[in-house]
Design a protein around this ligand. Structure first.
Ligand code: 6R9
Length: 632
């Protein structure tokens, strides 16, 4: 079994084998890892309950495979290069041996703080090496990590901590993001006023503030790590034990905790990393995501380290000190593979091509895109100015729930096509359906994207609520996993992802449920009701448009706008702030009281010519009023 596909023919063969005999295919790939006990059966599944188990009864530890396994041959190879926010600050390099030692120490530190196997540990930290170390330390000693992006508000953080019933939180005093300094520990303190399950907070110093430490609860990372032993045997985990929970937004309710398990996730992230990026032993690989999102989990930490690669972690932002920062880092560390999001590309494009042209970018071989559909203009800019027309671009489509990339070209092996994620990876069996559930076999017709067969990296459940997992992903179409995305297929089988077909908005590659933002807006005492939709935004992909009904006539519109923005920042975080707020006297509702979002979406898009049938509305006049007051 080849772990890396090198030609188009090999891709076709691998794909065929993976469909004809999935168990043989994934079983052979799993052989390369260290298993403390081999599995009895490769796969056990049904999509009705759903129940999905890979490598049944296999025992392993993912860190033994991501770290110990490499020590003999790659002990002195760089595992992590860390580039700080400020280019003037010194960068950090960790070899596999050093990373292994730090992870073992951190795992022992967690144990000393009373963390036990199976306990949930929430990690709320900046992009510093200790974030990756914390993730791996949890995996080492069998705790379940749940990383929360450090841009979320205290109230979002509290929701996640409570849902996971976390025992401990790992955080830092503060963080740097561009020119800003943000008091992270203070956000944690606020959250923890509402989180009785948390018994320990471990605080890493980053900014040098001396945060308030609560006696008996808060300890210093530096002081505790000092006492920790550097030997820590890898905890024996079942292949289906939880590895992590990662919260993500859906159409309804609060964000849900997507659960990934140890064995399948390991095999899948390793395989997809090697193949999509056509990884070579000496490559320097950089994914610009934050570890707070799934992309950071699978393609900064686990995938690259499982493959024995050198992974670059970047603390900063693309536009500070100037819009050349990414390219400066590429030249500084001789990055070969660069993986980023369309929103970053578009914002750098808007800043002008001079920045990118002042760097050589000679080291680049492969470029990647993830998080949202990449428009053709951004694709070409990336291809020409960053890749100098010599680097294949992998457009990788996947989701928090899928654990790893499902649809993508393999760099330089299968062809790229602007704005197309292209072909399914081996093991992935997509189908397109009509809303009625009929399979679409014609080319170029848009349909709902579903998966027919399980793959090792897929989610197993949503934490604490299996029924929600079934409802959300497995109940729309019998026997299928429904992605929530719409897509089209061309005559060569290439998929083009159109975007979400549900009430999820993708803002700069970050997912928000419209309901989640509406709930936040409705926290304002002057707000009676609101409806939120996405609209095309030049840089962010989608922007947030909020229609708001107030309780009493508005006296000061600007004040109220400010209050609404503040409420969203408080409930969710800055990243979910509406771009446009329109005050309206009513919303287009059906007689059964359902908001017709289709109409609101059209108006937000500025397309009012084809609003469709509005005769079923309770009050058709409201549409004219909304149209007249629309913000463009
Ligand atoms: C990995 C990640 C998932 C949603 C997904 C889709 C959109 C991601 C994409 C893409 C078009 C791509 N998406 N990659 N759309 N082309 N290459 O982003 O996970 O945060 O869960 O978002 O993002 O709509 O359903 P997540």
């Amino acid at each position: 079994m080849h772990t890396r596909i090198r030609t188009f023919e090999e891709y076709q063969t691998a794909y065929q084998q993976s469909v004809e005999n999935p168990e043989a295919f994934w079983g052979a790939l799993a052989e390369q890892f260290i298993w403390q006990k081999k599995w009895d059966k490769v796969l056990d599944w049904n999509f009705e309950e759903p129940k999905v188990q890979w490598f049944v009864n296999g025992k392993l530890n993912i860190t033994e495979n991501a770290l110990d396994r490499h020590l003999k041959e790659r002990g002195n190879k760089l595992a992590i290069i860390w580039e700080p926010n400020d280019p003037k600050e010194r960068f950090v390099r960790l070899t596999y041996r050093e990373l292994h030692e730090q992870v073992c120490k951190a795992a022992n530190m967690l144990k000393a703080q009373g963390v036990k196997k199976g306990d949930r540990v929430v990690i709320y930290m900046p992009m510093i090496p200790e974030l990756a170390i914390s993730v791996l330390a949890c995996a080492r000693m069998g705790a379940v990590h749940s990383v929360v992006f450090a841009g979320f508000s205290s109230s979002s953080l509290a929701d996640r901590i409570n849902d996971a019933q976390a025992y401990a939180v790992i955080t830092s005093d503060g963080l740097y993001r561009g020119a800003k300094e943000i008091p992270v520990k203070r956000v944690v303190d606020e959250a923890l006023e509402h989180c009785p399950s948390v018994k320990r907070v471990i605080v890493k110093e980053r900014v040098g503030w001396k945060p308030r430490m609560m006696e008996g609860r808060d300890v210093s990372w530096e002081a505790e790590i000092e006492k920790a032993d550097k030997n820590c045997p890898a905890e024996v985990m079942d292949a289906e034990d939880m590895l992590f929970i990662l919260y993500t937004s859906g159409s309804t309710g609060k964000p849900k905790g997507v659960v990934h398990t140890c064995g399948g996730y390991m095999v899948y992230t390793d395989y997809t990393f090697r193949n999509v990026f056509q990884y070579e032993e000496s490559d320097i690989y950089w994914c610009t995501a934050d570890i707070g999102w799934v992309t950071g989990h699978s393609y900064i930490v686990y995938g690259p380290l499982l493959a024995g690669a050198t992974t670059l972690m970047f603390e900063g932002v693309p536009t500070w000190p100037d819009a050349g920062r990414f390219w400066q880092v590429v030249d500084k560390h001789n990055v070969n593979t660069f993986y980023t999001a369309p929103t970053a590309i578009r914002s750098l494009m808007a800043a002008g091509t001079d920045h990118v042209l002042s760097y050589s970018l000679d080291s680049l071989k492969i470029l990647g895109s993830v998080g949202e559909p990449i428009n053709e203009e951004a694709w070409h800019w990336y291809h020409i100015h960053v890749g100098k027309e010599k680097c294949p671009i992998v457009d990788t489509w996947w989701q928090t729930e899928t654990g790893g990339i499902l649809i993508s070209n393999l760099a330089g092996v299968t062809p790229h096509k602007p704005a197309h994620a292209t072909l399914p990876l081996p093991g992935i069996q997509p189908v397109l359906l009509t809303a009625e559930g009929k399979e679409i076999t014609e080319n170029e017709e848009e349909g709902l994207l579903c998966m027919k067969f399980p793959w090792p990296g897929m989610l197993r459940t949503t934490y604490g609520d299996h029924e929600r997992c079934r409802q959300t992903y497995f109940s729309s179409f019998k026997g299928l996993y429904f992605t929530g995305d719409g897509a089209r297929r061309d005559e060569h089988g290439n998929y083009r992802i159109i975007g979400r077909v549900d009430d999820v908005i993708n803002v700069s590659g970050h997912r928000f449920g419209t309901a989640e933002i509406e709930n936040a807006i409705n926290q304002c005492i002057h707000v009676a009701e609101s409806a939120v939709v996405g609209y095309p935004h030049e840089i962010k992909g989608q922007g947030i448009y909020a229609y708001v009904i107030t309780r009493e006539p508005i006296t000061n519109e600007e004040n109220l706008r400010g209050e609404i923005l503040e409420a969203v920042v408080k409930e969710i975080g800055k990243i979910a702030r509406p771009d446009k707020i329109q005050f309206v006297s009513g919303l287009p509702k059906t007689r059964s009281g359902k908001i017709m979002r289709r109409i609101l979406r059209k108006i937000a898009e500025g397309d009012t010519s084809s609003l469709g049938d509005t005769s079923t509305l309770l009050d058709p006049n409201v549409v004219d009023e909304i149209k007249a007051g629309a913000i463009h």
